[in-house]
Ligand binder design. Structure first.
Ligand SMILES: NC(=O)C1=CN([C@@H]2O[C@H](COP(=O)(O)OP(=O)(O)OC[C@H]3O[C@@H](n4cnc5c(N)ncnc54)[C@H](OP(=O)(O)O)[C@@H]3O)[C@@H](O)[C@H]2O)[C@@H](O)CC1
Ligand SMILES: Nc1ncnc2c1ncn2[C@@H]1O[C@H](COP(=O)(O)OP(=O)(O)OP(=O)(O)O)[C@@H](O)[C@H]1O
Length: 601
């Protein structure tokens, strides 16, 4: 809007001059966004009426507001009485005598520590925009006194639609529809796509949260479940010892499930265990003590037994190949070490044969490292996929990615190889550049349950952002891993780092046993190669029909294999560091595989 202020010589103040002599050139285009919904002097018969107008104003201006300072009618009347003045008899619907509403980004950040990094978990930007209303006691109405709508940040549609307030499903029709879709098992991704088409932006995590809320509601009136499970979650620990276990009720199956199991005692273990953070299922009359007594005793033996149960005994009845035939897809001009580390680690852990599918340039180099490896120089050949498919029936598990590089033609070949492997039901361990392929095309492994993704911190963040649409939470890393596994349809994710975290979307297990402070390249390759062998063994055990239910492992095969690979890698690292100190390299770790295996399993 263009305004012209006439300069006139007058006795009155400058403000009056502006008020008196402003000429609106085009009065019909005065429309300030949102002014049809809120303006100074506007009167409201109830606070609800104001809220309705504020909602429309908010949608028109892409701004979000929250109540900041309020004084209810009763509070004001108490003040009046204290001052020996008469109370106001205002309509209850006004709720407040005075209320200030501020932009969501209003207010400053309270510093918790003395660090220099800004607090990234806050939306506070000190935005000055605010709206203030006060009751007009003579008219019995709330009157809008101040409307300061100058924000110190951009207001755009995209950001606005992605805020939690806007993502919430408020229309009961839509909410019911989404609930029934979730109930009938429609995939979260599909529901999200549908809602986006409808102009409603939701994130996958919103739908997961809704699903969880529905489950909670469903269980509340289920006394049978309450009696059986007694607790919703229970955590056990002993002072000074890192070991802990988290059990949580699985509402669908009606069982208690191990969600986290860190079994690294620094003392001799016994049957005694203490419980903490026990949360009873709502409405359950069972006492904490009874609840604790009804639980299975979480002993160190649990994990150890599960692990031991999958390791095939070495007997003279075994024939070559039975303990595992592992394929590694990776190795190019630049990276020959990574596929070698993965392939040799698989052999040292106990596989019988290790195949490497690499580019023709990398093949002679990899062969020269070890006569034990079978090397196929095919990745950059035109008939790579056909050649690979000839070998596929002989493989038990594939590791995709160590030293693969990022050549687009090779990435495309590898995508086809993944598709062929899936068609034959071959379990996959995806690492390094293989994870780059998956980040580009998540559909390649989506819902393929026998997949173990082994991202490091950087790879994990890339994958998480792609699948969840936001940065991983800094608060609960295990939830991040669990959520990513769920986003892929409950395959297994092993996030490597200071603390390794493994989850298949149901169970989370962490490994933070001693390793070493050396971060030399190739440790992840040792991990992926060994994970492939453990995965093959864990799946064999899992699928063995003759086993009774009770002897089946408590943890899923992906989680178990991932956990074992983490333990082994860390122990190799610890042992090699004792020998070599700062000179330790991945080759030194590989020489420790036997000792680490014997010590751990
Ligand atoms: N001897 C061989 O042949 C070996 C070959 N290998 C093969 O190399 C290929 C590329 O693998 P890659 O891990 O270097 O991945 P890529 O995405 O290029 O990293 C880019 C940048 O990300 C960062 N960064 C990485 N990790 C991080 C962490 N944990 N935490 C935090 N930051 C981290 C770091 O950034 P910076 O610290 O430099 O800022 C890094 O420079 C792959 O095929 C692999 O198999 C290796 O296996 C090693 C042995
Ligand atoms: N900060 C850390 N502290 C202790 N151990 C760690 C740390 N980061 C990684 N590790 C150990 O090293 C293993 C490999 O993780 P890393 O992040 O090095 O994988 P990577 O980057 O894929 O390795 P690669 O060099 O083979 O590509 C982890 O499983 C863990 O045992």
């Amino acid at each position: 809007m263009e305004v012209v202020v006439e300069a006139v010589e007058t006795e009155t103040s400058a403000a009056d001059v502006v008020q008196l002599h402003v000429k609106k050139e085009t009065p019909e285009v005065v429309a300030v966004a949102g002014s049809e919904f809120l303006r100074v002097g506007q009167e409201f018969g109830s606070f609800a009426e104001f809220e309705t107008c504020l909602k429309k104003y908010s949608n028109a201006t892409y701004s979000t507001w929250t109540k900041h300072n309020t004084k209810t009618i009763e509070a004001q009347n108490r003040t009046q009485m204290r001052k020996k003045q008469h109370a106001w008899h205002l309509d209850e619907a006004l709720v407040y005598y005075a209320v200030e509403v501020r932009c969501k980004h209003g207010g400053g950040v309270r510093r918790k520590g003395g660090g220099v990094r800004p607090n990234q978990g806050t939306l506070k930007l000190d935005c000055p925009a605010r709206i203030y209303l006060r009751a007009d006691t003579s008219k019995n109405k709330l009157v809008l006194k101040i409307l300061e709508d100058q924000h110190n940040h951009d207001l755009d549609r995209e950001t606005f639609l992605h805020l939690p307030e806007q993502r919430r499903l408020t229309s009961s029709d839509k909410l019911d529809l989404v609930k029934s879709m979730l109930h009938s098992g429609v995939k979260v991704q599909k529901i999200r796509e549908y809602l986006h088409k409808e102009g409603h932006y939701v994130k996958n995590k919103d739908l997961y949260n809704l699903r969880q809320k529905m489950q909670k509601e469903r269980d509340e009136g289920n006394p049978a479940l309450n009696e059986v499970l007694a607790v919703e979650n229970v955590e056990s620990h002993r002072a000074g010892c890192e070991s802990n276990m988290l059990l949580r009720a699985d509402r669908d199956k009606g069982v208690l499930e191990v969600m986290r199991l860190v079994s690294e005692h620094n003392h001799p273990t016994g049957p005694d265990v203490s419980y903490r953070k026990t949360k009873r299922i709502r409405n359950n009359p069972t006492t904490r003590k009874q609840a604790a007594e009804s639980l299975p005793s979480p002993r160190k033996d649990n994990t150890a037994n599960m692990v031991k149960a999958i390791i095939p005994p070495l007997t003279s009845e075994l024939h070559k190949g039975e303990a595992g035939r592992i394929g590694i897809i990776g190795g190019c001009q630049e990276y020959t070490g990574a596929p070698y580390f993965a392939a040799i680690s698989a052999l040292k852990v106990g596989a019988d044969l290790s195949h490497v599918f690499c580019t023709s340039g990398a093949a002679p180099v990899i062969k020269s490292y070890s006569p034990e490896l079978i090397v196929h120089p095919i990745l950059d050949q035109p008939d790579a996929v056909r050649e690979f498919e000839k070998w596929l029936p002989r493989l038990h598990t594939l590791v995709v990615g160590p030293g693969l590089g990022r050549d687009p033609a090779i990435m495309s070949t590898v995508s086809s190889m993944i598709t062929s492997s899936k068609a034959r039901g071959i379990p996959l361990v995806v690492d390094a550049d293989g994870l780059f392929v998956i980040t580009e095309s998540p559909d390649l492994v989506m819902n393929y349950p026998t997949t173990l993704l082994t991202p490091n911190a950087v790879e994990f963040q890339r994958l998480f952002e792609k699948m969840v649409g936001e940065r991983p939470s800094q608060v609960d890393e295990s939830q991040n891993v669990k959520l990513l596994a769920q986003c892929f349809g409950n395959l297994t994710v092993l996030r490597k780092g200071m603390e390794d975290i493994v989850s298949d979307g149901f169970t989370v297990i962490m490994c933070s046993t001693d390793g070493s402070p050396r971060r030399c390249g190739g440790q992840g390759d040792l991990l992926s190669g060994s994970a492939a062998v453990f995965y093959n063994w864990a799946l064999l055990k899992h699928n063995r029909k003759s086993d009774t239910e009770s002897s089946q492992p408590l943890l899923g095969p992906g989680v178990l294999a991932g956990y074992m690979a983490c333990r082994l890698t860390r122990e190799c690292s610890r042992l090699a560091f004792l020998d070599q100190g700062r000179s330790m390299t991945t080759s030194d770790m590989i020489t420790k595989i036997h000792l680490a295996f014997e010590t751990l399993f």
